[in-house]
Design a binder for this molecule. Structure first.
Ligand SMILES: [Zn+2]
Ligand SMILES: [Zn+2]
Length: 170
């Protein structure tokens, strides 16, 4: 006879799942940081891309705010036009894949949509792999099921945010 109470008390273990997709804004911030471009520098560079060099003074603050909204995924506040403009201009400021950003954005509303593998530290992907001084490109580290991907260039190089993960692995 089946013990109903016991059955209820033991829910089936959750299936091994892919880790939740990185937020699109986090992806951008990680790519910017991996490129070594501080927010202020990116804002001034945006002024140049937009053909508005005077932005190096006052207007840069606007671009800085816009970039922060984008990196915080506050797209409603940023507005559609500014979002589109930034997405078009930013690849000239630091290296990232706008298609990855779009895929991550789509996955926010539909988590079943596939997203590419993204390094949890530097946010590189197949389309923009890291390369070292010798021109070698990175590959993927074997991570546990459910653990976010990590690229070979980032082994042991996870920044302050990665401290948690490093302790997990230890
Ligand atoms: Zn990496
Ligand atoms: Zn990499």
């Amino acid at each position: 006879m089946i013990d109903v109470e016991a059955t209820r008390a033991a829910p089936p273990p959750p299936p091994p799942e892919a880790p939740p997709a990185m937020l699109p804004g986090v992806y951008l911030a990680k790519r910017r940081e991996a490129a070594g471009v501080p927010l202020d520098v990116a804002a001034r560079a945006l002024g140049l891309v937009y053909g508005n060099p005077s932005a190096s003074a006052s207007g840069a603050a606007d671009y800085r705010n816009q970039l922060q909204l984008l990196e915080r995924d506050e797209l409603a506040t940023l507005g559609k036009d500014a979002t589109a403009d930034l997405l078009a201009a930013l690849p000239r400021v630091f290296r990232f894949d706008p298609n990855v950003w779009l895929a991550l954005l789509a996955a926010r509303t539909n988590p079943d949509l596939p997203v590419p593998l993204i390094c949890r530290n530097c946010a590189c992907t197949w389309n923009d792999a890291c390369s070292d001084s010798g021109g070698e490109t990175c590959g993927w580290v074997n991570t546990a099921v459910g653990e976010p991907a990590l690229c070979t260039m980032c082994i042991g190089a996870e920044g302050p945010d990665g401290g948690e993960e490093l302790r997990h692995a230890a």
